[in-house]
Design a protein around this ligand. Structure first.
Ligand code: SAJ
Length: 434
């Protein structure tokens, strides 16, 4: 099937790169978002998020006339839904005394509803948002049926998850393998026709529910593996071992690849998606549930480590370096660093936070320093929470001039012991019981 015009609903971290990449490949793209502010920003050729290479792509797409943004969809050959599926803030499910988080599917529901008036015979609709198993079949299909058209007979419907890594989205969108799950084999084939416009990686066709499950399995696999690394860090601490050394030696085994411990698991994917499995089948998911618990509790282990370095935290001044959920991104969503700062403050610490990718972030209850120098100047200790490249590159001798702190706590193995100790600092690393 040929596509002249497509409509991408949701212009966030996935929708916007997808829309601008289609536009760069000559497709007429209408990007849709509920936020008028985002629409105005994009139509000026500006962007509202940080992702390397994205701004240039959007600017070119707008200038070429291939891309415009609006708050309402229009008729098109294909509709792509790329809206967020967070979890509900104040509502939990319960199974055998275990509370679990619930998906908030409202954005998917209203995106599907917004397509109904514009849906025509022969169209393709693709859901990209990470969703609980069976969402395409059980939630989206009945909504689209309100158009009077039937999925798989009158129009094509598929689920195709994004699998791109924030920070490398523009490249991975094109190069990564892509799975397309159709409600019928023909829907999957038409989905393939669409994405083969720019995807260079392998495209695999399957059914919609398999594709949904694949996406959740990938992120759950990573979550469970980070959980074991985090649990190892606690064990190493207890047994007087350096977890980083132990992991690097264990990883010499040809079939072992332990991930890195850290302050916890953040972002809007890995810390969220495993809950979709738990919600869908709590009786079948004890391992997934407990891995989530381990990762969510890791900020407490960071606080214990800080206490080991500083004793009581009452009145102690701490510079928290990095609030993003991972290195070299500006995304602060579900960031464990944020949680660490709150826990430290709860123990009486006076925390100044510095996030180079979003110095002016407005986070309730967190004091953001306007400059790095201000954050570290009067601190008793510097706490490294995110391994941003610029933190790894800091010059210990220069920092020794800029701060009165002589204690460093490194939760991400971003700093080299020798260099910092030579400059007069004492460095304590998460998961090092030596
Ligand atoms: N983390 C660790 N230890 C590690 C690796 C990561 O603590 O060894 C932490 C990070 O610091 C971060 C969190 O885990 O807080 C998640 O980071 P990430 O880099 O593992 O993943 P995301 O959330 O940025 O992107 C993931 C990717 N999924 C997989 O690698 C299986 C990406 O490919 C997906 O497209 C994305 O989720 C998504 O959108 O679902």
């Amino acid at each position: 099937m040929k596509f002249q015009k497509i409509c991408v609903i949701g212009l966030g971290y996935i929708g916007l790169p997808t829309a601008s990449t289609f536009a760069a490949h000559g497709i007429n793209v209408l990007g849709v978002d509920i936020s008028q502010r985002i629409i105005d920003t994009l139509n000026k050729g500006e962007i509202h998020i940080h992702e390397p290479g994205l701004h240039e792509e959007v600017k070119k797409a707008i200038q070429s006339g291939n891309f415009k943004a609006a708050t309402k969809p229009e008729e098109a050959d294909a509709f792509i839904i790329a809206v967020p599926t967070p979890f509900q803030e104040n509502k939990f499910g319960e199974y055998n005394g275990m509370a679990y988080k619930l998906a908030d599917m409202r954005a998917v529901i209203s995106a599907a509803e917004s397509i109904v008036p514009f849906l025509r015979k022969g169209n393709l609709v693709v859901l990209e948002s990470t969703s609980p198993p069976r969402t395409t079949v059980d939630l989206v299909t009945p909504i689209l049926a309100r158009s009077g058209l039937e999925a798989g007979r009158d129009f094509h419907l598929a689920y195709s998850p994004e699998r791109v890594l924030p920070g490398q989205i523009m490249r991975e969108l094109i190069e990564n393998a892509r799975v397309i799950g159709g409600v019928t084999p023909e829907s999957a084939q038409v989905g393939r026709d669409l994405y083969s416009i720019f995807v260079k990686g392998q495209i695999v066709q399957t059914d919609a529910t398999t594709a949904e499950m694949v996406k959740l399995m990938e992120n759950t696999y990573r979550d469970v593996n980070i959980a074991i690394a985090n649990e190892f860090s606690r064990l190493a601490n207890k047994f007087g071992v350096d977890v980083w050394e132990a992991i690097s030696i264990a990883n010499l085994h040809p079939r072992v690849k332990i991930l890195n411990p850290g302050p916890g698991v953040g972002g809007h994917c890995i810390s969220v998606d495993p809950w979709f499995f738990v919600e869908a089948a709590p009786a079948l998911t004890p391992l997934i549930y407990h891995a989530r618990q381990v990762n969510d509790a890791q900020p407490h282990f960071v606080v214990e480590t800080v206490k080991r370095a500083l004793g009581s935290l009452e009145g102690k001044k701490i510079a928290a370096l990095g609030l993003a959920y991972k290195p070299d991104v500006d995304d602060l969503r579900e960031s464990p660093a944020n949680e660490v700062v709150h826990l430290l403050q709860h123990e009486g610490a006076l925390v100044k936070a510095w996030e180079p990718f979003k110095p002016d972030a407005n986070l309730p209850g967190i004091h953001m320093s306007a400059t790095f120098e201000d954050a570290i100047k009067d601190a008793d200790a510097l706490l490294l929470l995110v391994n941003h490249t610029e933190f790894a590159k800091l010059n210990p001798k220069e920092i020794a001039q800029k701060t009165k702190a002589r204690i460093l706590i490194d939760t991400v193995k971003g700093w080299n012991y020798e260099a910092w100790e030579k400059a007069g600092f004492t460095l304590l690393r998460l998961g090092v019981g030596k």
